[in-house]
Design a protein around this ligand. Structure first.
Ligand code: FNR
Length: 353
C-alpha cells in the first residue's frame, strides 16, 4: 500500500468530499456517493443532525477528557465504526484493506460488506495484530440459499469477526453491473440478477433473523431499522444490537431521517441492547448529538469512501481523525469530560427543559 501525499487543504469532511469528487470518474462517483430517487432522504439525514442544537454546560471539570466506551462487551477508544460499503476498490485500489487498516490505526471499528472486493480472511488478517483497533464486524446480505449464509457465518467466525450485521432495509435492490476487474470473492458466482418477484419471494423475514441468531455464536446486529416496534421485535427475537439506518438514503427515498427516529427507538429498546445510528453524520458535533440522543455508537459510510477515493488508506485515516478530534472538541465545549456525562446529562437543547 503506497502512502500518497494528502491534499493540504483538508479541514473538514466537506473538503474530503470535494477532493473525492475531483478524483473519481463520474460513474464511480455516482455509485459510491449517490442516493436513491431524488436524494430526499440523503439530504434529510444531514439536515436532521444540523437541526439539533447543542446546549453546553460551563465550568465543568474537563481533566482527563476521553471518548472511551463499550460496545457488545468490549472496550473501544471512541464510538465510531466505518459502515459496510460494497465494492470499495471502485474508489481506490487500497479498497477494503485500506479502510480496515486506516480504521484500525484510528482505533475505530469497521464493518466489512458481504459485497467486499477482498476475501474476509484477508481483511481480518490485515488488522489481527492491531491491539488498539475497534471492533471488526461482518455485514450479511441474506442469501436465498441458507447454505451460502451458513458458509459465510462459519468463515466470519473462524477468521475473527466479532459480530454479524444483518442488513434488513434492502430486501429488493436494483442490479449493479460490476466494472471489469472487480469481484465479490466472499460470495459464490451468481447466475445473474434475480427478477423482482424472485427477490420478494426470497427476502428475509423475522424467521430468518431467528434462524441466524440460533446458528452462530457471534452477536447478531440488525441494520436498517427505522420503526421502534421493529427495533423492539429484533431484540426480542435475539438481536444483540440494532442500527437505526436508512442505508444513507440509498434504498427508499422519502424514508424518515435517522436522527428523527433515534430517540423513539432508544426508548423502545429500553436498554436491553445497544442502539447505533448512521446516515449523514459529517461532524464530530453530529456524533455528540447522536450519543446525547441515546446511541451507543455511530457509523459513517461515505466519509470513509471520500478519504479513500482521493488518497487511499491515508485519506481514510485523515477523515476519521478529523471526526475524532471534532468529537473531543465538541465534548469539551459542552462540558462533557466523558461519555457517561453525555448520557447522564445530554447536552442537546429541548424546549421542555
Ligand atoms: C452502502 N451501504 C451499505 N450497507 C450495507 O449494509 N451493505 C452494503 O454493502 C452497503 N453498501 C454501500 C455502498 C455505498 C457506496 C454506500 C455509500 C453505502 C450503506 C452504509 O452501510 C451506511 O448505512 C450509509 O452509508 C450511512 O450513511 P452515510 O454515512 O453514507 O451518510
Amino acid at each position: 500500500m503506497d502512502i500518497q501525499p494528502l491534499p493540504t487543504d483538508l479541514a473538514s469532511l466537506a473538503d474530503h468530499e470535494r477532493h473525492a469528487r475531483a478524483a473519481l470518474d463520474p460513474a464511480a462517483w455516482s455509485y459510491l456517493c449517490g442516493a436513491a430517487g431524488d436524494g430526499l432522504t440523503e439530504r434529510n439525514n444531514r439536515a436532521a443532525w444540523e437541526s439539533i442544537a447543542l446546549r453546553p454546560r460551563v465550568l465543568a471539570p474537563l481533566a482527563g477528557l476521553n471518548t472511551r466506551t463499550t460496545l457488545l462487551g468490549r472496550s473501544m477508544a471512541w464510538p465510531l465504526l466505518v459502515a459496510p460499503v460494497a465494492f470499495q476498490q471502485l474508489a481506490h485500489r487500497d479498497g477494503e484493506l485500506g479502510i480496515a487498516m486506516a480504521a484500525a490505526a484510528q482505533e475505530a471499528g469497521m464493518v466489512l460488506s458481504t459485497q467486499a472486493g477482498v476475501a474476509m480472511e484477508a481483511v481480518a488478517e490485515a488488522v489481527r495484530e492491531d491491539a488498539g483497533r475497534g471492533p471488526l464486524w461482518f455485514q450479511l446480505y441474506w442469501q436465498a440459499d441458507r447454505g451460502i449464509v451458513e458458509g459465510l457465518v462459519r468463515r466470519a467466525e473462524a477468521c475473527g469477526f466479532e459480530a454479524l450485521v444483518l442488513t434488513v432495509d434492502s430486501p429488493v435492490r436494483a442490479g449493479f453491473r460490476l466494472p471489469a476487474g472487480l469481484a465479490t470473492p466472499n460470495l459464490p458466482p451468481s447466475s445473474g440478477d434475480a427478477d423482482f418477484d424472485t427477490l420478494c419471494a426470497t427476502a428475509p423475514t423475522w424467521a430468518e433473523l431467528e434462524w441466524l441468531c440460533g446458528r452462530t455464536r457471534l452477536p447478531v446486529v440488525v441494520k436498517g431499522v427505522l420503526h421502534h416496534a421493529d427495533a423492539r421485535e429484533a431484540v426480542a427475537r435475539g438481536a444483540a444490537a440494532v442500527i437505526v439506518s436508512n442505508h444513507g438514503g440509498r434504498t427508499l427515498d422519502g424514508a424518515v431521517a435517522t436522527a428523527t427516529v433515534l430517540p423513539g427507538v432508544v426508548e423502545a429498546v429500553g436498554g436491553r441492547a445497544p442502539v447505533l445510528v448512521d446516515g449523514g453524520l459529517r461532524r464530530g458535533a453530529d456524533i455528540l448529538k447522536a450519543l446525547a440522543l441515546g446511541a451507543q455508537a455511530v457509523l459513517v459510510g461515505r466519509p470513509a469512501v471520500w478519504g479513500l477515493a482521493h488518497s487511499g488508506a491515508i485519506g481514510v485515516a485523515h477523515a476519521l481523525r478529523l471526526l475524532r478530534d471534532e468529537l473531543q472538541m465538541a465534548m469539551a465545549l459542552c462540558g462533557c469530560a466523558d461519555l457517561a456525562r453525555v448520557r447522564a446529562e445530554p447536552p442537546v437543547f429541548s424546549p421542555n427543559q
